[in-house]
Ligand binder design. Sequence first.
Ligand code: CA
Length: 229
Amino acid sequence: MNNKAKILIIEDELEIRKFLLMTLRANDYNPIEAKNGREAISQIIGNNPDLIILDLGLPDKDGQEIIIELREWCKIPIIVLSARDSEQEKVKALENGADDYLTKPFSAAELMARIKVALRNSAKQNSNVSHLYKFNGLEIDFAARLVKLEGKEIKLTPIEYKLLTTLAHNAGKVITHTQLMNAVWGKRANDDNSYLRIHTQHLREKLNDDPMNPKFIITIPSVGYKIAY
Ligand code: CA
């Protein structure tokens, strides 16, 4: 029986596709490929991959559209490859439902690290046992609404708690400013990031987390935040 994770590469550039196929095989994954949007959909339906690596610039379809379509019916983790060094594109991909992104050119090691996190997150979601977040001395018990640092309970305001748990439920995944504001303040949240910044700063202080050298909450400039995992 083949237990290797099946990874679908959706990429029109032959050189990059070859590089990805080789790298994934060398890392003990089972890669399959599609060079356009049409092939991608038939590969997803026919082969049920465990993870998708998606190039945004495809000849027949915008990668963003593929993300939107997929998210209507499946939760397969998607890592976006973006040649465009545009923050807007990344933010849009995340908000459409992508799990992570890499800007070309990227290193094989970085891609492998992202794949590992995405696969682990999806396994965790499927097993549905994430009642606890534990990392570097920080412990969140979601059921008991309890946060502990080095074994000592810390008191958070409802907003700080919501911020922290939104990140922790998506540990390792970048959450955009808009996604965080919607989670904390609901759809009425406006576009102003300043409240988010202030509450994040307070949360960091309570967690003894230095933004310059973060143990927990990592700033992704112009995009959002993620929590270490
Ligand atoms: Ca392309």
